[in-house]
Structure formats: structure tokens, C-alpha cells
Write a protein of this length. Structure first.
Length: 131
């Protein structure tokens, strides 16, 4: 049997680690399961502040639709992470945490209402869970 390669799955591996830490999923879950679980929990993230500001209704709707219509079959083909990443907005609301996303030294905050912090870091080609 050939072992499946986790090509370019760093985004979902990072989300997996964050969900494990916050007990949203079982510890033996994999990236396919965490993707499905997070998508099932999709909601309008109106309690989240992005960089200290409320998001406009249109952005909230776009983020909801992006999660709803996400092609989970392609999670090993890479993920184009946006600055106002819909899955980070959702994760911040679901965990009532602040997501701090550092992209090449530029920090973005998704404030879900508590002092609990989940950190992600990335460069131009890789993202990782940083605690």
C-alpha cells in the first residue's frame, strides 16, 4: 500500500492542531475530519472583530459562503489563505478566542471575545500553528 502524501496540507494541519487544543475535535481526528467538522459548524461570525473593527455585513456573508462552498476534496492541494481568512473568523467565534495570524511579520487579529489566544504564522508558501 502506498502511503498518502500530505502535499500542501499545512493550512488544515494547522487548523487541526488548533481544534485539538480547544477540544473541538477528538485527538485522533485527521485533516479531512476537521475540515468537515468546521464546515458543519459554519455560522455568520458577527461576534468577531477583525483588527479591532466590526466586519461589514457583506464581508460576513461572503465569509459564510466561502466556508459553505469550500471544496473539501482539495485540502491536500493547498489553500489560498486570505488576510481576512473566513476559517480564522469562524474558528475565533467557535472557540471564543483571539486568532493572531502573523504573515511575514504583518499581524492580523480575529477577536472572538476572550483573552485566549490561538497563534498561526506563515510565510509566502507555508503556514503553521504557533500555539
Amino acid at each position: 500500500l502506498k502511503k498518502k502524501k500530505n502535499r500542501m496540507s499545512c493550512f488544515w494541519t494547522s487548523i487541526l492542531h488548533a481544534c485539538r487544543k480547544h477540544k473541538l475535535i477528538e485527538n485522533n481526528s485527521n485533516i479531512d475530519q476537521v475540515c468537515r467538522k468546521v464546515m458543519e459548524m459554519n455560522t455568520i461570525t458577527d461576534k468577531v472583530l477583525f483588527n479591532g473593527k466590526k466586519m461589514h455585513k457583506k464581508l460576513l456573508e461572503e465569509n459564510f459562503e466561502a466556508v459553505k462552498n469550500y471544496d473539501a476534496t482539495g485540502i491536500r492541494s493547498g489553500h489560498l489563505t486570505s488576510s481576512c481568512e473566513p476559517f480564522f473568523c469562524l474558528l475565533a467565534q467557535l472557540t471564543n478566542s483571539t486568532i493572531v495570524f502573523n504573515f511575514n511579520g504583518h499581524e492580523m487579529k480575529f477577536d472572538g471575545g476572550s483573552s485566549n489566544i490561538i497563534r498561526f504564522r506563515s510565510n509566502r508558501s507555508h503556514i503553521w500553528f504557533a500555539g
